[in-house]
Design a binder for this molecule. Sequence first.
Ligand code: KG4
Length: 339
Amino acid sequence: MATDKDILILGIESSCDETAASVVKNGRVILSNCVASQADFHEQYGGVVPELASRMHVDAVYPTIQKALSDANISLSDIDAVAVTYGPGLVGALLVGLSAAKGLCEVSRKPLVGVNHLKGHIAANYLCFEELEPPFLCLCVSGGNSMIVHVKDYTDMEVLGRTRDDAAGEAIDKIARVVGLGYPGGPKMDKAGQGGDTTRYQFSKTHMGDSLDFSFSGLKTSALNLINGLKQKGEEIDLKDFTASYQQAISDALLKNTLAAVDQTGIKKVCLAGGVSANSFLRSAFDKASKKKGIKLYYPDLKYCTDNAAMIASCGYFEYMNGRRDSLDLNAYPSLQLK
Ligand code: KG4
């Protein structure tokens, strides 16, 4: 669909513990970006409580949308489509954003565009790098997913490798809890490991032959065994060195397969995406390797790594331009895959 007119997309995101709404122009220019985070509330439970998350989305969803429209200085009638995350994520949480989006579409007669949350994470890079265009490889690493994606076009993608068990974010969050860092584990572990010795503790690695798939459950178990083994001897881990070593081991595993994907495809343009792409150990491992191997590396600004609606609006724009329209019976898919 070719057009000279600016296209404004209202994006809505509620797949986990962030209620977010944003207006984005032409898939790249952010006019507003509002996020109501529940993270502080769920901290007392050590993780997201799904039913409470849904209820908090109900409270926050319309005020957040209203703020996104008013920050962008527009009204609902000015937008071209409503893009909303319909999976993957917590079903009760997804249904709140989805139902709100449908209500807006019904009253305004604007089209509804369903967005895969993982494609949204990838699109966060378009918001930060004006010149970035497919094709490229993307390492998409979040709380629920770890995958290497061949982004052939804005809407056409192929997964080259994915985790066979835990996601990298899960492996980080679990060990963060065990060493007493609490929730949300990722940013806390990142901070705890700053300046630590990344070689002091060793963890077992899983080899997958030529496959680009990952496995993090072995690494996680080996970290648990190390902690328990030391405890039995009456010794404590050195938190700084332990968290630095653990994050380095995870980063090395993610880097190794991504470099193998570069070799296999010959594509020397790589993006990082998802919550774990905020990790400083991962970023620095990729920075170093990319310089050495002549790879052009992109990763989003920190605030676009974790859940937000600007990335949903950006992805929604490209889906909209590709002709995607969803009907008002679009359902939520908690295990939606990237094809
Ligand atoms: O993408 P995201 O916000 O939500 C999902 O779609 O899953 O990712 C959340 C994950 C959590 O596991 C969180 O601990 C992790 O991203 N995370 C980090 C960092 N910031 C967030 N992991 C490591 N280092 C960080 N700085």
